[in-house]
Write a protein that binds this ligand. Structure first.
Ligand code: SF4
Length: 426
């Protein structure tokens, strides 16, 4: 028996079992084949073309077109004469997010199928599946991978530390090369020079699972809007629910009944955007029509009895502590912003409110685009959106008033998402 700690709350709004990303039960390889059917192998170029025709984009945060990444790695491998490497990214450093862990737990073979396709697409001779440590996923997935016939490209499953930036591309490469799981300055991009110096494709696990469905049902099926996406929905202090939804699903349906009593929504994750939550938005908007990056697919509902400034101050402090601290924006800018937001979060009569606001806006502008990775940009986005979404609370705090005095932050800033341990034989 192997102890696996996983979020158990799954809600699927998809209709056909054969086209779901999240089956209701974790599937063995035999059950996976019975439900999804065998994978018809295409050649590398056909896979890239299928990805392009489908419009598949990365589901890990950056939403970069999958076929362009594959093409870049293929070309780099051809130019350098080196074999490519594939890294499936299931490391999900966001403490509030759980959708990639749920996918790996429920549909490991869909991800492994996608890895085989990606390896063929870029001509890789090695593949790694990177998962977050501390959940038993490494052992579970190793056992699952042994159920499969010997793959054309060997897959190694690795556990990466539970840190916010562990899943950043250069951090993964650093860790696989024996270094710390932190972003590093790279003179050449990972697609040219990644693991062991070889051209490396880093692709999110949900993207790879989509690729496995596209290989079965065709790019037209994906493009038609029949494919689902995964979201992590959080409300107050409860454990997260991972929701599988069709495009266009209204926010109110996606987030559930609790959202009706929410005041704001954090969209995308800790590098995301706070938006006011209105009845109109819940009924008429879907994630895609919100007009903000969906990032890692987090939708966190802030109830009326919580303070958005306290939440933001807590997350900014966490983001400042999680940086690699090697570039100016992270070394100087993020700690200053976190400290200033901490002041805003404390309701106390003050006369320097305008200065604090101006400083925060100025620092957010100064750090954006100045780091070796996008960590400062995402942190600045969060801070800016909070100043807008919680402008009334900022004024209230400066008068010494708060709508949720003394309530601790609900958004987790520890390593792991709240989850229930379960025993599972593998
Ligand atoms: S911007 Fe920050 S997190 Fe990114 S590499 Fe530089 S110090 Fe590290």
């Amino acid at each position: 028996m192997n102890t696996v700690t996983m979020p158990l709350r799954i809600r699927s709004l998809a209709t056909s079992a054969a086209r779901r990303l999240l089956p209701s039960e974790p599937l063995s390889h035999e059950a996976h084949r019975a439900i999804y059917g065998d994978l018809s192998y295409l050649d590398g170029r056909q896979i890239v073309v299928a990805a392009e025709l489908s419009g598949l984009c990365g589901q890990g945060g950056a939403a970069f077109p999958a076929h362009r990444k594959m093409t870049a790695v293929r070309e780099a491998a051809r130019r350098s004469g080196r074999r490519a490497v594939v890294v499936a990214n299931g490391s999900e450093g966001e403490p509030a997010s759980a959708k990639d862990k749920a996918l790996l737990w429920h549909a490991p073979h869909l991800v492994l199928d996608g890895m085989a396709l990606a390896a063929a697409a870029v001509g890789a001779d090695r593949a790694f599946l990177a998962v977050e440590s501390g959940h038993g996923l490494g052992r579970y997935l190793t056992a699952m991978s042994r159920q499969r016939p010997a793959p054309a490209v060997p897959v190694t499953i690795i556990e990466v530390p539970q840190r916010f930036l562990s899943g950043q591309e250069s951090a993964l490469v650093s860790f696989l090369d024996g270094g710390p799981a932190l972003p590093r300055y790279q003179a050449r991009p990972v697609f040219e020079r990644g693991v062991g110096g070889g051209p490396t494709l880093v692709q999110n696990v949900e993207t790879l699972a989509h690729l496995a469905l596209i290989a079965r049902h065709g790019p037209g099926w994906y493009r038609s809007g029949a494919a689902t996406s995964l979201f992590t929905v959080r409300e107050a202090d409860s454990a997260p629910t991972v929701v599988e939804a069709m495009p266009g699903t209204p926010l109110g349906v996606l987030t559930g009944a609790g959202a009706a009593t929410g005041q704001a929504l954090l969209v995308g994750g800790y590098h995301g955007t706070w938006l006011p939550l209105t009845a109109t938005a819940l009924e008429a908007a879907s994630p895609a029509t919100l007009g903000v990056p969906l990032g890692a697919g987090l939708l966190a509902v802030l109830p009326h009895d919580r303070c958005g400034l306290v939440e933001t101050a807590s997350v900014l402090r966490y983001l400042a502590l999680e940086s690699a601290g090697q570039c100016g924006p992270c070394l100087n800018g993020l700690p200053r912003m976190a400290a200033a937001f901490n002041e805003l979060a404390h309701p106390t009569p003050r006369s320097d409110l305008r200065r604090l606001r101006d400083d925060l806006s100025r620092w957010a502008g100064l750090i954006t685009g100045r780091g070796a990775c996008r960590h400062p940009d995402g942190s600045a986005r969060l801070a800016r959106s909070a100043l807008i979404a919680f402008a009334a609370e900022v004024d209230d705090h400066a008068r010494g008033r708060c709508r949720a005095p003394g309530r601790p932050p609900m958004l987790p800033t520890g390593p792991a998402s709240p989850a229930a341990p379960i025993e599972q034989g593998v």
